[in-house]
Design a protein around this ligand. Structure first.
Ligand code: EPZ
Length: 429
């Protein structure tokens, strides 16, 4: 298994390109199941999760071709995927595939909408919590699907097609909103989704579906209205920039000090996080090319923050913020409200010398003057990258194990950071 070796203490300087968003790419790829025509996606990041979803969609009969780098393009520019689900050969998503990536459960919506049936393995728990799918099932039932649980599989049936309905989510769910929106696009009649997730990735998927001929309005707000259509067409769509990658590198620069332009980043996708970074004392400037983060000298001020659905502070940046606050001058409080078990990074940050006390859903972080390198490992993507951030500022060498978590969601992480002067390398084997 690969490891990443980091020698901390160097400020980051230069420019760092931001990739297309993983969490928009995955549902956009799944949307290809809704049509027998070609869906072309540009600015797709090269990630293990994208490759894994290609395999899962391939199992349903989707042809996926990846175009290589065109001359004149820089190597980190996203790839182009062409997805064609002309014929769906299998409406079952088996356990061994779904268990590797939770988002693949979302195929249930498009499959039942287009084919009248889907058998999708229940995803099970994962390192950040129990993560049930009851709300996704409820949404499909509201659209007229009959749902049975058979041998660990969710079996959704709508032999005469789905019909529009009113869906009120009791809790904001990104996956529930994606699933409902995709399924309702091919349902007969009107669907209204209330308390919908307002995440930018939901709006990006809606924009793509509308290019495919769907009639969706209100995506990006808490009420989405969908007028179903009989058929969807092909389309071409470019994936929006990754706000979590942007926030992660912004925090890395705030942690090490320095001056980095996050190229292609869009500030409106992460205002709450940028405000917090500025409040802590780092410089945040919006330019025509992206977002410039600077910090010289002084230690950061502590912050109090609670994760919340968009536009609140994202749970996907909670671990990174905690790493940042490990070096702050004073005590921060970080409360996690989205996933009950998303604190796996705490004990690993402690190995680097962090002082963190956990009490239920709140972590109290007492800033220390210096962290020191150590071997660490993490059990999920964002926890792993929080260790990278801490290591970049720690004295001496840190070895991050289980790098495959990072490869799921960060494109060319070590190249991007090394390009800004970090002492970071991948050790194979
Ligand atoms: C998406 O997961 C993201 N994944 C997650 O990013 C992100 O952390 C999460 O949204 C919250 O922003 C992708 O976009 C691929 P939810 P999702 O449904 O859709 C509860 C990362 O690191 N819930 O919005 O699975 C659930 O337990 C990942 O990139 C139910 O109770 O999350 C949680 O408490 C990790 N019943 C809350 O809702 C359900 O049926 C929000 O989860 C569904 C969800």
């Amino acid at each position: 298994m690969d490891r990443i070796r980091i020698v901390g203490g160097r400020p980051l300087q230069g420019a760092l390109p931001i990739s297309g968003a993983k969490n928009a790419t995955l549902p956009l790829m799944i949307a290809s199941l809704l049509t027998d025509r070609m869906l072309v996606l540009d600015n797709v990041p090269r990630l293990a999760d994208v490759a894994q979803l290609q395999r899962i969609l391939g199992n349903h009969g989707v042809d996926v071709t990846v175009s290589g780098k065109r001359s004149g393009e820089r190597e980190y520019q996203g790839q182009t995927l062409s997805l064609s689900a002309a014929r769906i050969v299998d409406t079952t998503a088996p356990y061994d595939l779904v268990s590797k990536m939770r988002a693949s459960f979302w195929v249930v919506g498009p499959l039942v909408a287009r084919m009248g049936e889907a058998r999708v393995s229940m995803p099970g728990g994962c390192a950040i919590g129990t993560r049930p799918v009851d709300l996704l099932i409820m949404a499909l039932q509201r659209l007229g699907a009959a749902i049975d649980i058979e041998g660990g599989y969710v079996v959704a049936r709508a032999p005469r097609g789905l019909t529009g309905g009113d869906i009120v989510f009791p809790k904001v769910t990104v996956g529930g909103t994606h699933t409902a929106m995709m399924a309702a696009s091919l349902a007969r009649g009107t669907t209204v989704i209330d308390n919908a997730a307002r995440e930018p990735e939901v709006a990006d998927v809606a924009a793509c579906l509308n290019k495919m001929g769907a009639h969706i309005s209100g995506a990006g707000t808490a009420r989405i209205v969908i007028e179903g259509v009989a058929k969807l067409d092909g389309a071409r769509h470019s994936v929006l920039p990754d706000r979590i990658e942007t926030g992660t590198y912004a925090m890395a620069v705030a942690m090490t000090g320095g001056d980095v332009l996050l190229e292609g980043a869009r500030p409106e996708l992460l205002e709450t996080a940028l405000d917090l970074i500025a409040e802590a004392g780092a410089g945040v400037a919006v330019t025509n090319e992206g977002i410039r983060i600077t910090r010289n000298g002084a230690r950061l001020a502590p912050v109090d923050v609670t994760t919340a659905p968009f536009p609140g502070f994202p749970t996907d940046l909670q671990a990174q913020l905690m790493a940042l606050m490990c070096g702050a001058r004073g005590t921060s409080r970080i409360t996690e409200t989205i996933f009950e078990n998303r604190f796996m990074h705490v004990q690993e940050l402690a190995r680097l010398g962090a002082r963190i006390h956990l009490d239920g859903e709140t972590a109290t972080v007492e800033g220390v003057e210096r962290l020191t390198g150590a071997p660490v490992m993490a059990t999920d993507l964002r926890a792993s990258v929080s260790l990278v951030i801490a290591a970049l500022a720690a004295e001496g060498e840190t070895l991050v194990n289980r790098v495959y978590h990072l490869d799921r969601g960060f494109e060319r992480l070590e190249h991007k950071l090394a390009g800004c002067g970090a002492a970071i390398e991948r050790l194979s084997g």
